[in-house]
Design a protein around this ligand. Structure first.
Ligand code: DSN
Length: 439
């Protein structure tokens, strides 16, 4: 065993980065030591194509028990009759769902990426979901809500076989009932992608789609705080619409799209689900939302504009469109230099996904660290300082100058004394909230 491999020193360096900076990307989190130990275990040595009791390889007696227990935990925590815990991650899981529910070339519907949707919800031209299916997309109302009227009108006109409702950058709660009514009007399957909000649903701070959606997909590493992975659930409503759904999903996962399941991930998902079934996790989910509200209010007091004017969930999209197109890129890079790690994001008025005007932040990971409303005010203060520090700098309007400009900017901010001083203050705060989750 070569523990001196330089990759290990890089892992150490990444651990230090994760401990000394604020993880504000709303889709990231700190998995527990138990989850990480399972994910890094000897289970990665085993091949197990198939499902418990019907594998193509021998020696799966123990693996069968692990997968069965994880599947049962998933069914119980969400209250559904079927779960498949083998999908490698969210994008493969969504491709498997489409593969099971819609023949290639048929019409599907989802929220536009620029409106806070996801690539796999039918983004045109560059994704399987927009190339292998005829994709029709809906967007947001002027006040930043999902435009259910547009969803309905387009559904009636285009007759999709699948409607996907799920978001990656949307600060409002989703109306599953309305989406189901629309799906029923055209006979479509309703698929709920709850990747971002699974932990909030379990904690009871976001409505559950279980009574409305036919199929549910979630990744397991965001608010759920597990390993990188995903699962597909079929609800009672799904079984009522098509009793063959479990078989279709099973077949779409393997042999449809995947080979051997990642057993180490399956075990880690099971452990994360065990952790999520506790009262401590419910309190965690509530605090994520309380922290996001506190952070949003504090940012607004500092004069920062937010998409939708605030948040009802775990994330916030700051909108710098009034400062100039591409400002989100500059703010995100300056924040990173200050130890406030976020990602630039499109806002509804943006035209370029490469130079958007927004920055997406969220509270799942800082809440895992134990931070509360007081720390959110401090974080808002640092963010506002960074925003003001770079507000006079703009991405060039000339398109061919942009990449070099941003590259130079990213270098410059790394040596900016003002930002480095904030990074030092951030490190001091982080030291007060150590992650029990060391390397
Ligand atoms: N990459 C995820 C996110 O950050 O929201 C979505 O797949």
């Amino acid at each position: 065993m070569n523990m001196t491999d330089e990759i290990f020193s890089l892992i150490d360096a990444e651990a230090a980065r994760q401990l000394d900076t604020l993880m504000l990307i709303p889709s990231e989190n700190y998995a527990s030591r138990a989850v990480r130990e399972a994910a890094g275990s000897i289970l990665c040595n085993k091949y197990s194509e198939g499902y418990p009791g019907r594998r193509y390889y021998e020696g799966n007696e123990i693996i069968d028990q692990i997968e069965t227990e994880t599947t049962e935990r998933a069914k119980k925590i969400f209250g559904v009759p079927y779960a498949n815990v083998q999908p490698y991650s969210g994008s493969p899981a969504n491709s498997e769902i489409l593969f099971a529910l819609a023949v290639p070339g048929s019409t599907i519907m989802g929220l536009k990426l620029a409106s806070g949707g996801h690539l796999t919800h039918g983004h045109p031209n560059v994704t399987f979901s927009g190339k292998y299916y005829r994709s029709v997309q809906f967007g947001l109302t002027v006040d930043g809500q999902i435009d259910y009227e547009e969803m309905r009108e387009k559904a009636l006109l285009e007759k999709p076989s699948v409607i996907i409702l799920g978001t990656t950058a949307h600060p409002f709660m989703l109306d599953w009932q309305k989406a189901r009514e629309i799906a029923d009007e055209v006979g479509a399957y309703l698929v709920a992608d709850i990747s971002h909000i699974a932990g909030l649903i379990i904690a009871g701070v976001h409505p559950s789609p279980v009574s409305y959606a036919h199929v549910i997909m979630t990744t397991t590493h965001k608010t759920l705080r597990g390993p990188r992975g995903a699962m597909i659930l079929v609800t009672d409503a799904g079984l009522k619409k098509d009793s063959e759904l479990p078989k279709k999903i099973d077949m779409a996962v393997i042999p449809g799209m995947q080979g051997g399941p990642h057993n180490h991930t399956t075990a880690a998902i099971g452990i994360a689900l065990g952790e999520a079934a506790t009262a401590e996790f419910t309190a965690y989910g509530k605090q994520i939302v309380a922290n996001a509200r506190a952070l949003a209010n504090a940012l607004k007091k500092k004069g920062i504009q937010l998409v939708g004017g605030g948040t009802q969930n775990h994330l916030i999209v700051m909108d710098f469109a009034s400062t100039g197109e591409g400002q989100g890129v500059l703010v995100a890079k300056a924040m990173n230099a200050a130890g406030l790690v976020a990602n630039f994001n499109t806002v509804p008025s943006d035209t370029s996904p490469f130079y958007p005007s927004g920055v997406r932040i969220g509270t799942p990971a800082v809440t895992t660290r134990g931070m509360k409303e007081t720390e959110m005010e401090q974080i808002a203060d640092w963010i506002a300082q960074v925003v003001n520090h770079v507000k006079h700098i703009h991405v060039p309007t000339e398109k061919k100058e942009r990449a070099a400009f941003v590259q130079q900017f990213a270098w410059d901010v790394k040596m900016d004394a003002f930002l480095l001083n904030i990074a030092k203050e951030v490190r001091a705060l982080c030291a007060q909230f150590p992650v029990e989750r060391e390397v």
